[in-house]
Design a binder for this molecule. Structure first.
Ligand SMILES: CC(C)(COP(=O)(O)OP(=O)(O)OC[C@H]1O[C@@H](n2cnc3c(N)ncnc32)[C@H](O)[C@@H]1OP(=O)(O)O)[C@@H](O)C(=O)NCCC(=O)NCCS
Length: 203
């Protein structure tokens, strides 16, 4: 299978939303909201077109990753710009073939080329440590609520890049979704039955 990665164009917006919905449906909660988050991120100030990436096998979309602008706010109220990675989606029938890794590695390389200092994400440490992500506590970075846990991770993009970047992490407001906007957005998609979450995140 070919794993070709390109920057997403507007022609791929809808297909990548469908992919994200398919992949996340009933995964972490009944239904999902990651496809709406993706839609909102693309309309937000946090959007970085160069870090909206899609993977292809010939002319079929196989996966997608987006990283967007976020900040770490230090105790003096100064904002340090970082990236927030995700959602990351690989077509269910094509998982475990290296597509997710290729997308993440490509995203990291492109973020370095754009001179971003670090990437923050919430995810499975067993998966993300292989790319160099570490517990955010190691960098003195906590969630916006001042919390730390193993699923909250940071990747430093060059040596000492995050040396003076400590404080609380704030991702784009686009990640905040209310039920009403989700229900309205869902009307654009074919009906799908909600079921119990397959994975309990325990954040
Ligand atoms: C998480 C996710 C993006 C990973 O994508 P993926 O393409 O399956 O990831 P990779 O193939 O790079 O790695 C997954 C596993 O496949 C293995 N693998 C990679 N290439 C392989 C290959 N050619 N042959 C066999 N196995 C391979 C990796 O070693 C890894 O194994 P491990 O985690 O059990 O050690 C994908 O599973 C997904 O979309 N999940 C649902 C949504 C989600 O959870 N997103 C992330 C939110 S935090």
């Amino acid at each position: 299978m070919e794993i070709r990665i390109t920057v997403t164009t507007e022609n791929d917006f809808s297909n990548t939303e469908y992919l994200t919905r398919d992949v996340f449906w009933n995964l972490f909660k009944p239904g999902c909201d990651e496809h709406l988050v993706l839609n909102k991120l693309r309309k937000s100030h946090a959007y970085i077109p160069e870090l909206d990436l899609v993977s292809w096998d010939e002319d079929h979309i196989t996966g997608h990753i987006i990283s967007t602008k976020a900040v770490v706010m230090d105790k003096n109220g100064f904002s340090h710009e970082v990236l927030c990675a995700g959602p990351l989606s690989v077509r269910e029938d094509l998982q475990h073939h290296g597509i997710g890794s290729a997308l993440m590695l490509s995203s990291i390389e492109r973020a370095k080329a754009l001179r971003y200092r670090g990437i923050v994400l919430y995810g499975n440490p067993g998966y993300y440590h292989r790319f160099g992500f570490q517990d955010a506590a190691n960098f003195g970075i906590s969630t916006s609520d001042g919390l730390n846990f193993s699923a909250f991770m940071v990747l430093e993009l060059f040596d000492n890049a995050l040396q003076n970047v400590t404080g609380r992490f704030f991702e784009s407001e686009a990640f905040k979704v209310d039920e009403e906007e989700l229900n309205t957005f869902e009307l654009k998609f074919p009906f799908r039955e909600k079921g119990p979450a397959k994975i309990n995140l325990n954040l």
